[in-house]
Ligand binder design. Structure first.
Ligand SMILES: [Zn+2]
Ligand SMILES: [Zn+2]
Length: 151
């Protein structure tokens, strides 16, 4: 390739980059513009109906929490409500553990936390999962897959 071609290619690449950046900026501005309109609309609606809005917010928030609690409880019940390693039973300490340490892969696939719990229910509690407390879960993680309690 001659020097001339190289130069052309370089200029072309620069030009493409510039156009890309331009497009991006345009998109961003468009987004910001509609964001403002959306916010204003929401604000007017809320100002016109303050009580209704507040009630709605509480209701949807409450329902979402209820649903999450139910899902978590169903899963923890299934796994015996305690850490299989140390016997911890306080719920906030407990978490579902991937027995075979393929958690990262799986979480990428189905998500973590409540999404994982929902997946477990939807899939009829497949093998490969157990309940661990956060301590034992972390201990296992940093100790080659075996909680230091057991090592
Ligand atoms: Zn434990
Ligand atoms: Zn342990």
């Amino acid at each position: 390739m001659s020097e001339f071609d190289d130069d052309m290619l370089f200029k072309l690449a620069v030009e493409m980059e510039r156009k890309k950046a331009e497009e991006k900026e345009k998109k961003r501005l468009r987004y910001l513009k509609t964001l403002e309109t959306r916010r204003e609309k929401k604000k007017t609606r809320e100002e016109n109906n303050p009580i209704q809005t507040a009630n709605e917010k509480i209701k949807t928030r409450g329902k979402a929490r209820e649903r999450r609690d139910f899902i978590r409880k169903t899963v923890f019940d299934h796994y015996g409500n305690k850490c299989v390693c140390c016997g911890e039973t306080i719920e906030v300490f407990l978490t579902v553990d991937h027995i075979y340490n393929d958690g990262a892969e799986h979480r990428k696939e189905v998500g973590s936390g409540i999404r994982l719990y929902k997946w477990l229910i939807d899939n009829d509690f497949p093998d490969g999962f157990q309940l661990l407390c956060r301590n034992c879960n972390w201990g296992k993680h940093v100790n080659n897959g075996i909680c230091p309690h057991k090592a």
